[in-house]
Ligand binder design. Structure first.
Ligand SMILES: NC(=O)c1ccc[n+]([C@@H]2O[C@H](COP(=O)([O-])OP(=O)(O)OC[C@H]3O[C@@H](n4cnc5c(N)ncnc54)[C@H](OP(=O)(O)O)[C@@H]3O)[C@@H](O)[C@H]2O)c1
Length: 257
């Protein structure tokens, strides 16, 4: 049984804790920091985890520490705790490199992980750097582990995590369009979900075919799909997505993008 101490019980770590507890095979005991009392208490009430009296108590009792605070709170957290020598630290903090973590928490075994809210149902992408590090071992029950060799790859995976968030809004817009034009909301929801799911499933099935080739095999000249695609290109539909990726990557890794 590994004791995982969580410093920063917030929106993301809440989903991770729920996913870890849901998965019977994860032999992990969870120790939670006390700040954000309501969330920590709700987790302790629903699940088998313990709210500790202080951040230092979390560290003292944990084998491995998971840091889930926002970047702006990281320095304050580092001042509050003294980690045990060689205690591994896993960070979900976006845009903070292992070098920066080492400056704050000293020389130790670091993992950076990135995931989505689907961790709650054990269906998240679990991007991990360094490849096969502690984060990959502990959080495999939360979804599909993608091991990333370099920190640049990891920062790029953060853009994929943002895409995951943007997809919700895209799906919403498409569902809304259907309902505004007379489709019952539940049917619109089912149709859009199913369209996305079958596109992903077929692309996985045709794994050796480039994805745009699969699209072009549907959007043949003169089809409605091709006409709509031309309009998406003309209106900057795809260019806007690339601009959003560039924008976030410039913020996350200004010296690497
Ligand atoms: N949400 C996502 O989808 C997502 C995705 C990828 C990465 N991330 C990363 O995950 C981290 C957390 O994001 P989030 O959205 O879950 O943020 P959040 O909901 O604000 O959670 C952070 C939690 O940490 C607590 N906290 C702050 N300072 C603390 C301290 N010194 N000791 C103990 N707890 C402390 C906060 O309490 P207060 O509210 O009292 O400040 C809050 O409960 C961020 O670094 C973010 O970059 C998030």
């Amino acid at each position: 049984m590994i004791k995982l101490g969580v410093l920063g019980v917030g929106d993301l770590t809440d989903k991770m804790i729920r996913g870890l507890s849901r998965d019977g095979s994860a032999a992990i005991q969870l120790l939670l920091s006390p700040r954000n009392e309501g969330k920590a208490a709700a987790l302790a009430k629903d699940l088998d985890c313990m709210v500790m009296a202080s951040n230092q108590d979390v560290v003292n009792d944990a084998d491995v520490v998971l840091v889930g605070v926002r970047p702006a709170h990281l320095a304050e957290l580092a001042r509050q705790v003294t980690l045990k020598p060689l205690q591994p630290l896993i960070s979900v903090v976006a845009g903070v490199s292992i070098e920066d973590l080492s400056r704050l928490f000293g020389n130790r075994d670091y993992s950076r992980v990135m995931m989505s809210y689907a961790a709650e149902i054990n269906r998240s992408t679990v991007a991990v750097h360094p490849a096969n590090s502690k984060g990959a071992q502990l959080f495999a029950p939360l979804g599909n582990v993608v091991n990333l060799e370099t920190e640049r790859e990891f920062e790029l995976a953060m853009i994929a995590a943002c895409m995951n968030g943007w997809f919700y809004f895209l799906i919403h817009e498409l569902q809304q369009w259907l309902t505004q034009n007379g489709m019952p909301p539940e049917a619109a929801r089912a149709l859009v979900f199913s369209s996305v799911e079958d596109c992903v499933a077929y692309s996985r099935y045709k794994s050796s075919t480039p994805i745009d080739e699969l699209g072009l095999s549907i959007a043949t000249p003169g089809t409605y799909t091709a006409g709509g695609r031309d309009l998406l290109i003309e209106n900057g539909g795809y260019a806007a997505w690339k601009a959003a990726c560039d924008h976030v990557f410039n913020q996350l890794a200004p010296d690497k993008s």
